[in-house]
Write a protein that binds this ligand. Structure first.
Ligand code: F6P
Length: 319
């Protein structure tokens, strides 16, 4: 049996350990592993290569994805999906592991409804915003990158009477912002999912500043689109000179953390086993409460991730 792996959408730390485990484990199971380069774009352009152990040697500690990624517009069109399928067939590939986020899985939902192909998705995005799983590959590493950045920002913040606003990624999901605010002792956290009580918090922080608080740390999720507003609010209402740091793509980089390497290992075994058993034609491996479970890709693509209540509760507990 020939099985292939590709990475799609935003890269995430943990993709490389997953790619390495995929190749090693498929060989261990007596089957043939293939690498597809540049995501769905590479699938369309037939950038498909049988993998050797040496192709994936020495990559477990690297961020990004050695097989590269893409956000493919062409894959949205049937004629290109047909080419992609013919390319897979040409190599005798019958099963595909996709490392990606919900956009990639929506593409695969369409693809697998049109063509006969086993496909298992491994949730991989720093945003942690995929329905049906409490963990996505790359999240822990991104959180550690953010924690490290905020720790450094705090060093300078605590040396001045100033506020610091840190904008973090996450697309429309506030997960990264909330966890980062929680572990960094931030006073303010603004996320897309919740209205921020500017007036109440403004009063409280202003009072604290008057009583001697020397600096304020605010974490703002990019998806809230409120960075400018929060900046202005801190300066005008709380009365502290404020600096803004938009962390940007450094959050996607970095050596995969221990957690991401372990999760990559376990996600891949689940995905490959499902393909080998042939029971799951189009599914995603979800991780919840310490256990892995297959979810149909229709269920994943048809639903939206909802931030757990316990994380929403954290926002009110920051002060
Ligand atoms: O989905 C991962 C992510 O890093 C988001 O947090 C961010 O909004 C987006 O990708 C950035 O995309 P790009 O790398 O295409 O600019």
């Amino acid at each position: 049996m020939a099985l292939a792996i590709l990475s799609s959408g935003g890269d995430a730390a943990g993709m490389n350990p997953a790619i390495k485990k995929f190749v090693d484990y498929v060989y261990k199971m007596g089957e043939e592993p293939y690498l597809i380069y540049e995501g769905f774009e590479g699938l369309i352009d037939n950038k498909i290569k049988k993998a050797l152990h040496r192709d994936v040697a020495g990559i477990v500690h690297l961020g990004g994805t050695i097989i590269r990624s893409s956000r493919s517009k062409r894959f949205l069109e049937y004629r290109y999906r047909k080419i992609a399928y013919d390319n897979l067939k040409g190599h005798g590939i019958t099963g595909l592991v996709v490392l990606g986020g919900d956009g990639s899985f929506r593409g695969m939902e369409q693809f697998s409804s049109e063509f006969d192909l086993g496909f298992v998705g491994i949730p991989s995005t720093i945003d942690n915003d995929i329905y049906g799983t409490e963990y996505c590959l790359g999240v822990d590493t991104a959180l550690n990158v953010i924690r490290d950045a905020i720790d450094k920002i705090r060093d300078t913040a605590s040396s001045f009477n100033r506020a610091f606003l840190v904008e973090v990624m996450g697309r429309n999901c506030g997960y990264l912002a909330i966890v980062s605010a929680m572990v960094s002792g931030a006073e303010v956290c603004v996320v897309p999912e919740m209205a921020f009580p500017f007036e109440r918090e403004g009063k409280r922080l202003r009072q604290e500043v008057e009583q001697g608080r020397s600096y304020v740390l605010a974490v703002v999720s990019e998806g809230s689109h409120q960075t400018r507003k929060v900046h202005q609010w801190i300066q005008e209402t709380i009365g502290l000179e404020t600096r803004v740091s938009i962390l940007g793509h450094i959050q996607r980089g970095g050596n995969p953390s221990v957690r991401d390497r372990m999760m990559a290992f376990r996600f891949v075994i689940e995905a490959v086993d499902a393909l080998l058993e042939g029971t799951q034609c189009c599914a995603m491996v979800g991780y919840n409460g310490g256990a892995f479970r297959m979810l149909s890709i229709n269920e994943v693509a048809g639903n939206t991730y909802v931030l757990p209540q316990e994380l929403r509760d954290v926002v009110a507990l920051l002060d």
